[in-house]
Design a protein around this ligand. Structure first.
Ligand code: ADP
Ligand code: MG
Length: 714
């Protein structure tokens, strides 16, 4: 019934990195299918964990069976009918029968069986069957398409691993393949954490952990297995995080070994900037500035990440750092992901630093030919000391021979290569990355272990407070009334929707007010019909998006209906209402960032979380965190507690890390353990050299192949 797996000793032995097509039983067609799933090597097969387990340990009593359950049942099989399934074609059959045990019985039905499998059904014999229980048309119970095991034939299975597999790979084929690989890898593969460290930390062997998860013993706890909470899961995650932390620390060491500029001279410009500001810096801003100053004077290149909530005042810090470069005779560049943001930085500098006499420029894709040429020449000849810009800064035509400091704002919006290209403009330049992604300190320190991290964890004195509330969908008129009132008071409103929808088409019933297109229709027909309504979403060209955003900033639009595009740090002081539709779909951190778009001026602001009236209590409790708190750090901690670090580590927000087992991380302390182990290895006499660290070296290589660029920063 299934192809036998031939003895492997007739071929080259299978190694962890052997391609799947070398595994006996895997021909070209199956190999292709596996590769399409990202399973390319023998080790990938072992790392492809079961998605669920069938529990064959305890046959269920007939009277305890209920529709909807998945159960194992013991009895003797008797056939009642067999008929062709015409529409299924290719001779497929439907077979029905009974499972009998004493006076009790239950229906059994198999659909779509090919004839050769029909012949294999063990009618007349004592069996264990396992499958889903459902109610037949007459209300009696039946088990549908069950797997079976002959009683007494071989020891009954305990827990059967079930995998997510592409069509040409059957469950049994893959299980057998994995069992065989587990034997082949014995003594060949031991994971990344060296033996002595592993023993000292009393960690089980990685291969034993894999064996436990693929072939669980009868004593295993099913719910722990299914939830990824066994010790074996932790061992896998720890080995992977160890490798990740190792990569980060190696990166950090390599960067620290490079020479950098020491900005040791006097501070005329940066001090004048602070003196010119119309406000006093917060204590946090002072502290962060001291941290950055220590880097800038150290003689090693700075690689620092500044984490600060929306509105915490990162821009002044960036301007201050840039002026430290300029007063030290160097050039500085501040890069932002959109033209509007670059413009905003440029304007902030004109506002606070105009009197300093620093030649500065704005370089974006929108610059005209002549302006561009002029700017490029100024940069190349070091006549321009400070430049603000977008991706235009990292085009090949740009040269800044005196670059001493580069700032990347909203750094998560840039790719690894963008940052590397900026760095290439001045290989020894200091780097300051900035992000408003709320990330708990504990997690940031391990995630960005290759960087120094500063936290801007204090907001400037409150301007307008933001009132947050949850409003049920069917009370949408109240939202419209609020927006109308706010606009009449001189404010502007954002509506954020989870999808774009089709413009010009009447919205389907279930889409009402759930897409940008449908919301625009609703608003322009309803109470807001006389307002200027603009649209912003990711299907629009970048230039058009920026135009719309500019119009909103300048007051030509009252209402902006958008997708989460609107998230990036644009400062529109008049924006005073943020309406988020289907708010329960977003993470807390993202909601908090959206809310940060309003309340940036003198107007009192509102944030309205629109959610279905029948929202489940858990989602509601989650949203309620936002009603009680406006502190990004606190919200990030709540997010962490609700979702667990595994989820955050695996999410796009943290920049899609090459971690496949991070979802099994349930405590932050655990990440710290991985970090400590990596530090121990690098503190040892032979570091990454020598046979002890062979597994670590290979794991690093694999992680790089799996999609992680160490060229990131530094
Ligand atoms: P973000 O950290 O989100 O980039 P910004 O740098 O844009 O925040 O600052 C938000 C607003 O707060 C700006 O208008 C800025 O001028 C103002 N601001 C920054 N620091 C302070 C401060 N210490 N006191 C008062 N206002 C400040
Ligand atoms: Mg900003």
């Amino acid at each position: 019934m299934f192809p036998a797996l031939g003895p492997s000793d007739q071929r080259a032995p299978i190694r962890p990195d052997s391609p799947v097509e070398l595994i006996p039983g895997i021909g070209p067609r199956r190999a292709e299918a596996l590769k399409a799933r990202g399973i390319t090597t023998a080790l990938d097969c072992l790392f492809h964990l079961p998605i669920r387990y069938e529990d064959w340990r305890e046959p269920c009593a007939y009277r305890e069976l209920r529709p909807g359950m998945t159960a194992t049942v013991a009895g003797t099989l008797r056939q009642s009918s067999e008929r062709p399934m015409v529409r299924a074609g290719r001779g497929r059959r439907m077979v029905t029968g009974w499972l009998l045990a004493g006076a009790e019985r239950m229906g059994v039905v198999w659909f779509n069986l090919p004839p050769y499998l029909v012949r294999l059904l063990p009618f007349g014999r004592a069996v264990l069957v396992h499958g889903r229980i459902s109610a037949a048309a007459d209300g009696s119970l039946q088990i549908v398409n069950p797997a079976f095991h002959l009683a007494g034939a071989s020891p009954a299975p305990a827990l059967r691993s079930m995998y997510g597999l592409p069509a040409p790979i059957g469950q049994r084929l893959f299980s057998e393949l994995v069992r065989k690989l587990l034997r082949d890898m014995d003594g060949v593969f031991a994971g990344a954490i060296p033996h002595t460290l592993r023993r000292a930390a009393r960690l089980p062997e990685l291969l034993d952990a894999l064996r436990y998860l693929h072939v669980p013993p009868a004593s295993a706890n099913l719910s722990e297995l299914c939830e990824g909470r066994t010790e074996a899961h932790r061992v896998l995650a720890l080995d992977e995080l160890f490798t990740f932390e190792l990569a980060m620390q190696l990166d950090r060491r390599r960067a620290a070994a490079k020479p950098g500029f020491a900005f040791a001279g006097p501070h005329p410009l940066s001090a004048a900037l602070l003196a010119e500001l119309p406000f006093a810096l917060t204590d946090a801003q002072h502290r962060v500035i001291r941290e950055i100053d220590a880097d800038l004077t150290s003689g090693s290149p700075m690689n620092r990440l500044l984490v600060g909530d929306v509105g915490s005042g990162k821009t002044v810090v960036a301007l201050w750092a840039a002026l430290r470069a300029v007063e030290s005779g160097r050039q500085a560049a501040i890069m932002a992901p959109t033209e509007l943001l670059a413009e905003q930085h440029y304007r902030a500098f004109q506002r606070y630093g105009a009197g300093l006499g620093v030649p500065n420029a704005l370089l974006t894709g929108g610059a005209s030919g002549a302006e561009r040429v002029e700017c490029l020449r100024g940069l190349a000849r070091e006549r321009i000391s400070l430049v603000f810009g977008t991706h235009a800064l990292i085009q090949r035509s740009v040269a800044m021979p005196g670059l001493g400091l580069a700032v990347v704002d909203e750094q998560h919006r840039f790719g690894v290569f963008d940052r590397a290209r900026l760095k290439a403009l001045g290989p020894n330049a200091h780097m300051l990355l900035m992000t408003a992604t709320p990330i708990p300190r504990s997690l940031a320190l391990v995630l960005f272990a290759n960087l120094d991290v500063s936290f801007l964890d204090q907001m400037p004195p409150a301007r307008a407070p933001v009132t947050t509330r949850i409003v049920a969908e069917n009370r949408f008129e109240a939202v419209e009334a609020l927006v109308r009132r706010k606009v009449s008071e001189g404010g502007r409103a954002y509506f954020v929707l989870p999808a774009i929808g089709e413009e010009g088409e009447p919205a389907a019933e279930e889409e009402q007010r759930r897409t940008v297109a449908a919301m625009v229709q609703t608003l322009s027909r309803g109470a807001l019909g006389n307002l200027q309504i603009g649209v912003l979403h990711g299907r629009m060209a970048g230039a058009r998006r920026e135009d719309v955003m500019r119009n909103f900033r300048d007051g030509k639009l009252d209402v902006l209906v958008a997708t989460t595009m609107v998230e990036v740090g644009i400062d529109v002081p008049e924006a005073s209402v943020m309406v988020i539709v289907d708010a329960q779909r977003y993470g807390l951190a993202q909601l908090h960032q959206l809310r940060g778009r309003v309340g940036r001026g003198a107007l009192e602001a509102d944030c309205v979380l629109v959610a279905p009236e029948d929202i489940d209590p858990k989602s509601r409790a989650r949203l309620a965190v936002l009603l009680d708190s406006s502190d990004g750090a606190e919200i990030a901690r709540a997010d962490l507690a609700l979702r667990g670090p595994g989820d955050l580590l695996g999410s796009r927000q943290s920049g899609a890390l090459p971690l496949r087992f991070a979802r099994f991380v349930h405590e932050v302390e655990f990440i710290a353990q991985a970090r400590a182990l990596a530090e121990q290895l690098l503190a040892g006499p032979s570091k990454l050299k020598g046979p002890e660290a062979a597994g670590a070296r290979q794991a690093l290589k694999r992680m790089l192949r799996y999609g992680f660029g160490l060229a990131d920063v530094g």
